[in-house]
Design a protein around this ligand. Sequence first.
Ligand SMILES: Nc1ncnc2c1ncn2[C@@H]1O[C@H](COP(=O)(O)OP(=O)(O)O)[C@@H](O)[C@H]1O
Ligand SMILES: [Mg+2]
Length: 301
Amino acid sequence: MKSGRPLPEAGLASSLGQSGRLIRGRSAPPIAICVRDLVVGFGGQPIMQGLDLDVYKGEVLGVVGGSGTGKSVLTRTILGLLRKQSGRIEIFGADLDSVSAGEYDSIERRIGVMFQGGALFSGLTVKQNVQVPMREHLQLSARLADDLAMLKIQLVGLDLDAADKFPSELSGGMIKRAALARALALDPELVFLDEPTSGLDPIGAAEFDALIATLQKTLGLTVFMVTHDLDSLYAICDRIAALAEGKVIAAGPIEAMLASEHPWLRSYFHGKRARQFDPSVAPRVGGVPAGNGRAYPRDAP
Ligand SMILES: Nc1ncnc2c1ncn2[C@@H]1O[C@H](COP(=O)(O)OP(=O)(O)O)[C@@H](O)[C@H]1O
Ligand SMILES: [Mg+2]
């Protein structure tokens, strides 16, 4: 299926490389998610008003915006959990409005989701939570489902004895890891993370960033990450999309965000809580350069 028209990205993002030099003729990278002219609202209150967004395959896209701007609504609408009023959403080139139930199921199997706050089922153990997507989509023996769940639990750095604990017995960091293990249950290509580091202390957040970065690289994931965490943006995001006024007001690498004159971006990236961006200074994720070193161009299309 054909993707929608190409998105005119934030000026700097489309025309400047990291060195600030003009880059011409670079072909656009493959697109995992394409959103065009999306309109979403509740009871007459508009939330998305003609929103356009591309997510490239293999990138970590950070989605930022003020509280209540619709970051979670956008996530849930892309996932088909909330109804849109109009617009077009394609995932892996397929328009979710026109796919068959079978095609929808096979797309869903390629996607993992970590909802805001983790959203673990409180009556299920960690292992059972991780097995929920497996039960929905795969026909596995109990033994294989157990083995796979234990693998995922280890993958996210949880001790094996966490498997039989209930969410109420876990620390905040363990809940995030368990939710990530569930998001990875089906070996997805595309992962949605809604505020993955919120509520964690700075060390816990840095460890979680490092985990996401490592998993992204080793598993070749495309990551759509809603975050308030400036450190995460600097440390692991290839590009950032900023939401305001029901639209993506800018999308591009951090340098483009820092150069933007938009008042919200200026106060977010240059305000009191912001820090000076110095590309020569290592980000907080040990050994993981800030969004660099992946196969797709950060400054495309
Ligand atoms: N299911 C819903 N019904 C009605 N209003 C909703 C619903 N979900 C979210 N909203 C409203 O949409 C707006 C955006 O919410 P949300 O996407 O959760 O914001 P955030 O950017 O903080 O994630 C808020 O005003 C919220 O109250
Ligand atoms: Mg939210």
